[in-house]
Every structure is written in structure tokens, then in C-alpha cells.
Ligand binder design. Sequence first.
Ligand code: UD1
Length: 363
Amino acid sequence: MKIICVAGARPNFMKIAPLMEIFRQRSEIEPYLVHTGQHYDEKMSDLFFRELGIPKPDVNLGVGSSSHAIQTAEIMKAFEPVCLEQKPDYVLVVGDVNSTIACGLVAVKLGIKLIHVEAGLRSGDPSMPEEINRILTDSISSLLFCTEQSAVDHLLASGIPADRIHLVGNVMIDTLLKNREKADKTTALEEFGLTPQHYATMTLHRPSNVDHAETFSELLNAVDVIQKDMPIIFPIHPRTKKNIEKFGLKERVAQMTNLRLVEPLGYLEFLKLNANAFVVLTDSGGLQEETTILKVPCITIRENTERPVTCEVGTNQLVGTSSPAILDAYHRIQNGDFMNRNIPELWDGHAAERIADVIIIRS
Ligand code: UD1
């Protein structure tokens, strides 16, 4: 059974890694890896392939950055001939980026069955580009693999038959658990001169936070206060970097001497930094899940989350973008009164195996 596996943007790579590994071990499955090229910088792409041992893609479509419409269309145009030539039994997509929906659409229009890994997550916010990608991809998939019960419930509520939906756990956590020891051996703390528990890490890249000068500026008020307490390591996403310049925030950021802007980091280094941080500040989806497993407090600077289990069971606090709310969450952590520290069901490092089992049984 031939399965075209698609990866395009940074958050896809840690999800596709354990799937490629298990598929290559199962004689019933012949995986074929497509990189759409949505992300292309060395530090946003190749570095992750090397660190996570992902095989070199069979093909890289090299689409690069553009508007949503152009990027989605370019991926579709480039992916269709690959499907026509390879004639796969399935196309498998992960997550919620533009590559996910673009390749999903191509597959189903050619009559190829679509598998969606990380199906059913919903932020309830249609202004978020990923939410549209999630809803559309789920609606055309034949097999839907979920990370948490809320996702199963959303899919059932939207009328998707129960026999297509499988709660299997979280492939991103497979990758984290597998790489934990390797990450521990990196010298990331020494490189940045950090003491465990005495610094924060931060990522910000959501358009809703960094594409609006006012919101960006407001949340920097909280960052300013926190960086007076402890260093904040801030690996900067290309989108965020551009907007700091565009909105004239460069000087303000430079004045925060304990806020340390660094280039995007590799998977292992960043895992080590997050695992030893006092707190993680983020608007990323994946980090909400990773901090839950690491049992490190996470402050999510967003109005909504598609991963509610991280708040209910894990270490996540969803606080919005106002500076007082961010600081309130920070002070709760300082006071030790934020103690949710459990692991969601099936986040045990074996999600990819369960996915392979279901695909083989169903075929
Ligand atoms: C994309 C995903 C988002 C994911 C994020 C992780 C969609 C709709 N969004 O957002 O869900 O959380 O990736 O990073 O698919 N750029 C570079 N080098 C690169 C890639 C991008 O410089 O390797 C710059 C480009 O100028 C580009 C901008 O970053 O315009 C944004 O990239 P894009 O892929 O459009 O969206 P992300 O914000 O990265």
C-alpha cells in the first residue's frame, strides 16, 4: 500500500517523523515523502530533517511563501502531477497548515483517500487561517486520527461517521519522548548562560498577535515586566522579525535588555530550553502540548485554543493578549498556585504505531 506523506511547514516535521519511521518498518506500507517547500529556510526546515532523522523527501515542491491563495494554489498545482505519477492508495496530511488542505484537496479530487493526522481540533475562531484548514481537511478525509477527546466530539458533532474517527494520541509527543535524552545532552543552557528554572522562553508568530501593531505592542508591556525578573529567550519567527521592523518596535525591544532575540532554534536545543524553563510564553499550538508533557507552566497568549486538554489536564493557562492578564498568570505561577500537572490520555509515545495499525487493518 503506497502512502504519500506530506510535510510543508515547521510544525509538520515533528509530526511526520514518527510516522515515516513506523511506516518504513511495516512491510505492508510503502511511504513516499513529499515536502511542499512552504517553509524553506535552513533553520525552519532542513535542520529539523537532520535532527529528527526524517528521510530526505522523495520530492520537494519548492513552493515557498506567498499570499494564502497563491501559496495554496501553487502547492495544488505542483502536487497533482506527483499524485498522478505515484498513484498512491492514500495521501496522509498532518496538522493544519496551508500544505495540509492544499494536498488534501488534490488527493480527493483525484479519488485518492485522504488520511488526516491531528484531526478535529477546533479553536472556534474562523479568522484563524488554520481553523479553516482544519474544518475543510476534516470534511474530506476518510480516516481521521485525533489527539484528544474534544477533537473526536467535534468530528462526531459535524456528522462524520464514528468508524472513520480514531483517538490515537499525539505523534508530536512521540517525537518529544523519543528525543528527550538527546535534547538533554545538548549544551543549550550553557550556550545561553542560563540556570534551570531561572529563565523563560517565548515564541510569538500568530498573525492575530504579530500582524497588528496595537496587539503586539500591548503584549510587549507584559514581556517588559517579566524580563526584568528573568531572562526571556525569544527565538524569532521570520514573520515576527519583519513586523518588529515594520511597526517601529525595534528600539523598544532593544531596550528590554533581558529579552534575548535569537535565530529560530533547532528542535533539540529548543526542547532542552523549554524543559528547564520556569515558564513558557507562547501563541503556538504545539508548545501548549509539549509543555504539558514536560510539566512546565505555559502561558498561552491567545483568546482561544484548539487544544483544550492542555488547560484541563496539563500546565497551560489561556490568557488572551492583555498585559494584566498575562502578568496575572505569571504571578500565579510564581506563587505556586498553578498545579495542574497530568498527562492526557494516550500521549505515551506510541501514537504513530496505533495509526499504522489502524491503516493496515482498514485496508
Ligand atoms: C505557517 C502556518 C502556521 C504555523 C507556522 C509555523 C499556515 C496558514 N500557517 O505560518 O499554522 O503555525 O507556519 O511556523 O500554513 N518565511 C521565511 N522563511 C521560511 C518560511 C517563511 O522567511 O522558511 C517568512 C516569509 O516571509 C513568509 C512568512 O515567513 O511570508 C510567513 O510564512 P508562512 O509559511 O506564510 O506562514 P507562517 O506564519 O510561517
